[in-house]
Design a protein around this ligand. Structure first.
Ligand code: AMP
Length: 562
């Protein structure tokens, strides 16, 4: 298929902000790619499925070189245009437009398949001398592209298509194309079916193919391929927890670590994923070891919390203390010794070929008890009680807090597991619960003694596919790195994600999640969410979380006046 076809679709999508119109445009295009469902990734601005975290590894700097080479101009000239246009996609369009005017009768020969092939080669190229090959692969595409096509190639390379298509709209388009629902009720039913299937598969190509053949029910969990984790709403207090999860209920320690899904494949290989579906197996040889030696079974998927403890005092630490282990690529053994972790297993969704997500929680727990051989400071089961007595829960809650954990989880004993959903099958109970996980969408350069650092951060919650701002935060970060998360660290992280800059303001790709404490929430016309956090303060960087994990508008508005 011609690449031009999908570029026309991008253009139409970019020209409207209305969700319904976008859904319609996408649904039409899905017919065209029915036989090549993997092309759906290009609508997501990607060339791989969501569960596949291979990165193209192309920085802004490299794109500048690439455009310069393809357009026959210097890097400095490209940078000048970038300053004017603020978008490297537009820069490519402009530069190549000028060049191609000089080449009479230029017409595009570029196919979608060629774009896919060249871009898919990029992640495998690593090390010395590969930069030139990477540039060559993109320049080859630009040479056969029209200026408009060049714009979208560059935006895809930078994973920032700017067409306003998130997973919610794509899901609706699949519903529309494959099921043609007659009314709102039918649409709802199919949306739920498609969403559930997606949360298991995290691959829109598979969903598109299966939905159209009425085979969504055939989507299977497969160890080695990450699924979305189940999420938990907050309960206000113990009574509220019982109201949501029923009586009697299970209560477990809510450990203050980070979530890991541990997959053991049929071939014995163990893979560890975070809740963002990122594979972190290499970073955690300790987890691999504990699971190998202490968990029975040929294949399984366990849901667990990795909790840090102090190697000397054996006291549990908070998440922040071990967060660096998630991204660490070197000195893994040193890290393991300095920042040891214990694995607290709390669920299982697959065992020996069987999908267990429909099995009641109490049975799943029994199964973990059977297959996990507990060893303190290596692998344990989440501490649990089953009761209908609020007093007993209160006592258990105090124990959890005194052991440095965050609070409790209350769990419905007969509930299934719902990947990706924030249903009330389990709830969290935390004493100081006035914080939200929010995503950073922009920042501002500081002045005076804070010049050179980004010092104020725009934070947003989400509503379906949209990020809606709830405030600006400038407190919580430290000036001295030794005191904790610092302005300079945050500046380094966000600089790499900058997509636009004007004056002191920087727009960043929404990827960084922070926990923000606040005093209360007010209605406010100042921010796009219609709400503002009062006295917000960044308390943590959540390396383990992504856009899918942040607070929803509903949760934010539910706290108004609270
Ligand atoms: P929150 O991070 O506040 O949304 O709380 C939910 C998180 O608590 C989960 O994603 C897990 O990472 C973590 N957690 C800690 N202990 C448990 C437990 N016993 N059961 C379920 N989740 C737990």
């Amino acid at each position: 298929m011609e690449y031009k076809k999908i570029c026309d679709v991008y253009h139409s999508l970019e020209s409207t902000t209305k969700g319904l119109e976008k859904t319609e445009i996408l649904a039409k295009f899905l017919r065209e790619i029915h036989d090549e469902p993997e092309l759906i990734y290009l609508l997501q601005g990607n060339v791989f499925a969501d569960y596949d975290h291979r990165e193209l590894g192309i920085s802004h700097q490299l794109v500048i070189k690439t455009i310069g080479k393809a357009g026959g101009i210097s890097d400095a000239e490209v940078v000048d245009e970038f300053k004017k246009l603020g978008d490297l996609g537009k820069v490519a369009e402009f530069v190549l437009g000028k060049k191609k005017q000089q080449m009479a009768l230029f017409s595009s020969k570029l196919s979608i398949e060629k774009v896919m092939t060249n871009l898919r080669r990029l992640p495998s190229l690593e090390g010395k001398g590969t930069v030139e090959i990477k540039i060559g692969l993109i320049v080859e595409l630009l040479h056969s592209a029209t200026p408009k096509e060049a714009k979208y190639i560059i935006r895809t390379v930078l994973s920032d298509l700017k067409i306003g298509v998130g997973s919610g709209i794509l899901r609706d388009a699949i519903v529309r194309y494959c099921f043609k629902p007659k009314d709102i009720e039918e649409k709802k039913v199919y949306s739920v079916a498609v969403q559930e299937a997606y949360d298991k598969s995290t691959d829109f190509a598979e969903i598109l193919a299966k939905a159209c053949n009425n085979e969504l029910a055939k989507i299977k969990l497969k160890p080695g391929k990450p699924v979305k984790v189940m999420l938990f709403p907050k309960a206000k207090n113990i009574d509220d927890a019982f109201r949501i999860v029923g009586k009697p209920a299970a209560f477990e320690y809510k450990y203050d670590g980070f979530r890991v899904m541990i997959n053991k494949e049929e071939n014995g290989k163990i893979k560890i994923f975070t809740r963002r579906l990122e594979e972190v197996t290499k970073q955690f040889p300790d987890i691999v070891e504990y699971v190998k030696s202490n968990v029975k079974g040929k294949s399984f998927i366990l849901d667990a919390e990795a909790v840090g403890f102090n190697a000397k005092t054996k006291k549990y630490t908070d998440f922040q203390a071990i967060s660096q282990r998630i991204r660490r690529k070197y000195d893994i053994e040193g890290m393991r010794k300095r920042l040891p972790i214990e694995l607290a297993v709390f669920d299982i969704i697959y065992f020996e070929g069987d999908n267990l997500i429909e099995m009641p929680f109490s049975k799943r727990r029994k199964l973990i008890k059977k297959i996990v051989r507990e060893e303190v400071f290596k692998i344990v089961l989440a501490k649990q009680i089953i009761t209908d007595d609020g007093g007993i829960v209160e006592k258990f809650y105090e124990d959890a807090i005194s052991e440095n954990q965050e609070g409790l989880m209350g769990k419905n004993l007969s509930a299934p597991y719902k990947p990706g959903a924030r249903v009330g099958y389990a709830v969290k109970l935390k004493p100081e619960d006035k914080d939200f996980d929010l995503i950073i969408t922009g920042a501002e350069w500081g002045t005076g003694k804070r010049a050179g650092w980004l010092t104020s951060f725009d934070v947003a919650c989400k509503n379906n596919d949209e990020f809606l701002q709830v405030g600006k935060v400038s407190t919580g970060l430290k000036e001295k790195p030794e005191e904790g998360l610092s302005f300079s660290e945050m500046t380094e992280i966000l600089k790499k994600l900058a997509v636009e800059e004007s004056g002191r303001k920087v727009v960043v790709k929404p990827e960084i999640v922070v926990a923000v404490q606040y005093q209360n929430v007010q209605k406010s016309p100042t921010y796009s969410s219609g709400h503002a956090l009062r006295f917000p303060r960044i308390v943590r960087l959540r390396e383990d979380r992504g856009a899918g994990d942040i607070a929803t508008l509903e949760e934010v508005s539910g706290e108004v006046g609270g």
